[in-house]
Design a binder for this molecule. Sequence first.
Ligand code: SAH
Ligand code: SF4
Ligand code: F3S
Length: 468
Amino acid sequence: MQDGDIERSGAKSAGEAGPKKVFVKSYGCQMNVYDAQRMADVLAPEGYVETATMEDADLVVLNTCHIREKAAEKVYSELGRVRVLKQERAAQGAETKVVVAGCVAQAEGAEILKRASVVDLVVGPQSYHRLPDLVRAAKSERVVDTEFPVDDKFSALPQPAKDKIRTRGVSAFVTVQEGCDKFCTFCVVPYTRGAEVSRPVAKILADVAALAEAGVREVSLLGQNVNAFHGEDEAGRSITLGGLFERIARIPGIARIRYTTSHPRDMDEELIAAHRDLPQLMPYLHLPVQSGSDRILDAMNRRHTAAEYLSIIERVRAARPDIALSSDFIVGFPGETDAEFRDTMRLVETVGFASAFSFKYSPRPGTPAADLGDQVPEEVKSDRIHELQDLLVKQQRAFNAATVGRTVDVLLEKPGRHPGQLAGKSPYLQAVQIEDAEARIGDIVRVEITAPGSNSLFGRRIEETAIA
Ligand code: SAH
Ligand code: SF4
Ligand code: F3S
């Protein structure tokens, strides 16, 4: 999960009054970050340029997340701030339109208009390609669009300009699959994002080729269940994620492929083999398990056991021994006993994760688990999350410490914290800082890791740049 993708664009649009400005703030998962970029892209032909400061914005878009209660509540506290801003701007004769997009928009729809008078437009994750029309309509009335339209949203989205892609960096997200049919009993995603849909292979390849031409070196393929991908190729055949990787690996310039988020049920042989056969596919797998207890996994409707998860991990490790593993965990699912929590701790000990996300169970309105009687008290959830996170942090430190002294390829992504430093990522998604006068952003350099830091590793370039 990551928050916020706010960026600045230097482009000017025509018009005496100067360009209209849009500020987009994203909460929640990477798909929201991707969507936020696409919202900016669809508004660009309308004369909107992006601004990194909400204070200058004529259009404020909050791209929201509904996954846990805290995430959903963030939007209302932010709207309080937006409201003050809108009033201040109005006093100076400037109009501000306020949009709530994303998963809270989908889940709450018109409720948001009732609860927050500052909001002019509510638009769901499957309708944002209609933003230009919706924003026009919102000039005269308050608008809600939370339909799941039959038209393909992605086809209606314009390709961003090359320089725009470049300012977004050398690592880019590409949504290849959206929605979820799995209906885990705790989760809102099937309701906020709709049914599982894979994009056609040719369109994905065209998007990736355009990114590569603009200088992108790494693509992260996104989907709520990305490994359930089954997009059609030109011949009408259904292609798996492993098959898609193979085709993407042939696109010149693309040196690294990543993907998230996978479901254990969809880890097929082709995908595991891709980890063995494709050097471009990075040795990193985020595979959420949620719990180590079979009874809880069943109550969550995950449809696999802890042993099945461990056997997948074994197969993946056999294919790619150096693979770094990551996962998501929920503690305090309704009815979770101490012994069942111990099962989760044991699974973590058994696997050894390079990184992980863990959450206290948050009952979400409309999901089956929210109505279960046996809710776990808050203090118990807190104790369990602390214990779990202590172990996960220990494992992450051990993983990073084990990299010290090793040589890894680092994709340089941005200037480092201090002048003369560059920051990038190892194949295992570790942040690495190097001091280097010659290397440039977008280079992949061989780096010897010299020391672990609190948030990133430090290293020294040992060889000339590796060009794919
Ligand atoms: N599609 C992915 C993840 C979707 S949401 C998957 O299938 O795993 C990201 C993570 O948020 C989940 O993996 C889960 O750990 C967490 N999450 C989802 N709903 C939650 C809830 N109601 N309470 C706490 N954590 C939740
Ligand atoms: Fe949510 Fe489960 Fe679907 Fe993941 S697989 S998005 S956790 S319902
Ligand atoms: Fe949140 Fe929606 Fe992503 S609920 S995690 S923004 S799919």
